[in-house]
Design a protein around this ligand. Sequence first.
Ligand SMILES: *Cc1c(COP(=O)(O)O)cnc(C)c1O
Length: 358
Amino acid sequence: MKKYNFFAGPAILPQSVLEQASQAALSFGDMGLSILEISHRSKEFVAVIEEARALAKELLGFSDDYETLFLQGGASSQFYMTPMNLLNPDETACYVDTGNWSSKAIKEVKHFGNVNVLASSKDENYTYIPKGYDIPSDAKYLHLTSNNTIYGTQMHSFPDTDVPIVCDMSSDIFSRPIPTEKFGMIYAGAQKNMGPAGTTLVIIRKDILGKVKREIPTMLDYNTHIGKGSSFNTPPVFPIYVSLLTMRWVKEMGGVGAMELHNEEKGSLLYDEIDRNPLFVGTSRKEDRSLMNVPFVMNDAYKSLESAFLDLCNSEGCMGVKGYRTVGGFRASIYNAMTKEGINKLVGLMQDFEKKNG
Ligand SMILES: *Cc1c(COP(=O)(O)O)cnc(C)c1O
């Protein structure tokens, strides 16, 4: 039976990417060696990382004022690397708290400087995106999380401010065009929408670096990695290669603008069914709904049927639909590589379930 992958992360990759990656694990290009067993200094791999660095910037439209890195340590390491590299002890960074990931980022700032949490949606279990908060002009940077993987909310616009925005885009990178000029830095763990676990994309404007007085350990200094073309030490070669394959796929599909249309179409199909079907109800505020992670629960009158619906999903090949523990119910992650066919399959199951139980 065909399986559809709705897992939140590590998550779905395009089938063609998996096929090319499998081939390269056996023999890379015409080398006759696996990509897993060649030097990261070989001209073949240097070409991979250079193309990946350039293509990430090209797809999103970042100018040459920005540098691209593929680091290790997950997006979670950026939670501390950001203040370590950007914030002096007597300075303040502003954060917006939109869920678990931003809370974790906020927690790390105190090791390096002051944090000002401008707004939080914790009061309503992170079901919306706070708006209309004031951004102090002396803030060193403003940290945002563009898409909240757990709660299924997404920023559909970014605030207007002269303060450089640092944005965790782990779960919606390359899913739509972004206003690049607003960002001092963006970062994204690969394993949601870009590749396998093991590397984190960082795109950073060079002029925001080099302004802190503390000594930064070599490996944790962005400038170390910039100076060495993202190959100061052995980079995670396979995750970078698979990320490159995914970026090439995004480009072939028409780029991030085409991705956005594709994602809007998929999101509408699924959200329309959630709104129409009396058995189900969405958990995030409509205007802030994510096009990447779609959380929903069973309507109160049908709560006892939750596990039956999950069983149906699993037996029909819709995998990973179980909701996160603090939200409950269901979550369908519908990243770039999810097809309309996959969405139609899930919508069909929701309709079948309604006919049987409604
Ligand atoms: C998954 C996720 C993270 C954590 O990524 P790791 O690579 O596991 O550290 C951070 N932020 C967001 C928005 C995520 O979805």
